[in-house]
Write a protein that binds this ligand. Structure first.
Ligand code: UDX
Length: 436
């Protein structure tokens, strides 16, 4: 089966490479010529474990190719995926669908065979209807169906998530759409991944509801962590204690500096906009967005407290370990580290930072921060060491060396990767999240 993937970003490229690995014939299309040139040279536009090898082997096998030519790329494809970006629109938080609609227009205008057009980008409820209207408006005489198939993969674990998903959601309005999608995902049915067929609008909402629910779980445990600090309880045991209840579930209950990334912040805002448009408020999600936003700066103040407060922080040195919104990615979008660094530099602290993959993208976002290429260079003469992202490299710091190099053995661990008792016994003044 031939599949066209329009948009070779995170979701497009990973999905395209995985579909090729299942044995489909896949063309990834992107209008960014330099991205396509680099892909031809085997250079990945993103950092994702295992992606380069997967792309290389499928290109070699002749199942995966790249082009900037949409008309050529979609020729003979039975399924045409739209996986272009849907950023937050400046000013109002709505998802910006310009790229999705542009692709729909171009697909309609050049469609040469019957095909199913699939929105994989996260799009607000009703987008599939609009995509269908746009394609119809082009006057195409080909049979087509528009289907919603949201993607739930996580960055850093993208290939595993795509190949072994908890579920596949397909929103289709007719048998043609359902049949072609069954064929697309047949290799995964064999893996016994559950599949949910539903209506297009329901499928579109499922994606937003899932992300908003996960963001809510994180924000809930983050507030419990604050309360734990006040009452002298341990948030990790609270997470375990509630997570063992099957109705709650143990995952996404890890307290930290607040969620970031390319999905949760953008998708929760877009859900709020949809709710507003339909006058059906989602007040819990409204609170989640506000609480998470204020938390990021509060985490900066936590580091200031370890320096003796706002006044005392002026001229002091902070070693910031980890900048990306989570480990195993170079993605800096909406990373809590940005607000943490801003709070620190606003207070006049000197910040030196290290991140295994994120420093290139972080530089323009935190111009007052000095990037160094080794964690111990950042720690040297630091008044406080702050861990913001839980990269493996920071789980195994040589604590003896940290103590020797730092001006004072003070650590703020915003990801709870060390144990309070252990750190204290090693002579650290150690603060973490929701534990005392
Ligand atoms: C998320 C969803 O998980 C995925 O299903 C969707 O398709 C895209 O959005 P991703 O943005 O890659 O994926 O990251 P994820 O691993 O979900 O983490 C998001 C943020 O939440 C990170 O900043 C992470 O540090 C934070 N987080 C996650 C916590 O603070 N605590 C947790 O327990 C889990």
């Amino acid at each position: 089966m031939k599949i066209a993937m329009v948009g070779s970003g995170y979701v497009g490229l990973v999905s395209g490479a995985c579909f090729a690995d299942f044995g489909h014939d896949v063309v990834c299309i992107d209008k960014d010529q330099s991205k396509i040139d680099r892909l031809h040279d085997g250079i990945m536009p993103i950092y994702e474990p295992g992606l380069d090898a997967l792309v290389e082997s499928n290109v070699k096998a002749g199942r995966l190719s790249f082009t900037t030519d949409l008309a050529e790329g979609i020729k003979d494809a039975s399924a045409i995926f739209i996986a272009v970006g849907t950023p937050s629109r400046r000013g109002d938080g709505h998802a910006d669908l310009t790229f999705v609609y542009e692709v729909a227009r171009e697909v309609g205008a050049t469609l040469d065979n019957e095909a199913v057009i699939v929105t994989k980008s996260t799009v607000p409820v009703g987008t599939g209807d609009e995509v269908e209207r746009i394609i119809r408006e082009t006057g195409t005489t080909q049979r087509f169906a528009v289907v919603s198939n949201p993607e739930f993969l996580r960055e850093g674990a993208a290939i595993g998530d795509f190949k072994r998903p908890d579920r596949i959601v397909i929103g289709a309005e007719d048998d043609f759409g359902r049949e072609v999608m069954s064929e697309v995902y047949r290799p995964l049915f064999l893996n016994e991944s559950p599949i949910l067929f539903t209506s297009r609008r329901t499928s579109e909402l499922i994606k937003y509801a899932a992300n908003a629910f996960l963001a809510t779980k994180i924000t809930f445990i983050n507030e419990m962590a604050d309360l734990c600090e006040k009452v002298g309880a341990d948030v990790q045991d609270v997470s375990r204690g509630i997570g063992m209840d099957g109705r709650i579930g143990a995952k996404f209950l890890h307290a930290g500096p607040g969620y970031g990334g390319s999905c949760f912040p953008k998708d929760t805002l877009a859900l709020l906009k949809t709710a507003e448009d339909y006058e059906s408020p989602v007040r819990i999600v409204e609170s989640v967005v506000k609480v998470n936003e204020s938390r990021k700066r509060a985490m900066g103040r936590k580091v200031l407290d370890a320096l003796g407060g706002m006044e005392a922080a002026r001229g002091k040195k902070v070693a910031l370990l980890g900048l990306t919104f989570k480990p195993n990615t170079d993605d800096m979008r909406d990373s809590p580290a940005i607000a943490v660094a801003q709070t620190l530099t606003d207070a006049g602290a000197m910040v030196e930072a290290y991140d295994p993959e994120g420093m290139e993208l972080a530089k323009p976002l935190m111009p007052k921060v000095t990037m160094v290429d080794d964690p111990y260079a950042a720690i040297k003469n630091a008044d406080v060491v702050a861990i913001v992202t839980e990269w493996d490299a920071f789980r195994a710091l040589d604590l003896g060396r940290v103590k020797e190099l730092a001006k004072a053995p003070v650590m703020v661990d915003l990801r709870n990767i060390y144990q309070p008792d252990d750190m204290r016994s090693k002579g650290f003044d150690y603060t973490s999240i929701g534990r005392s």
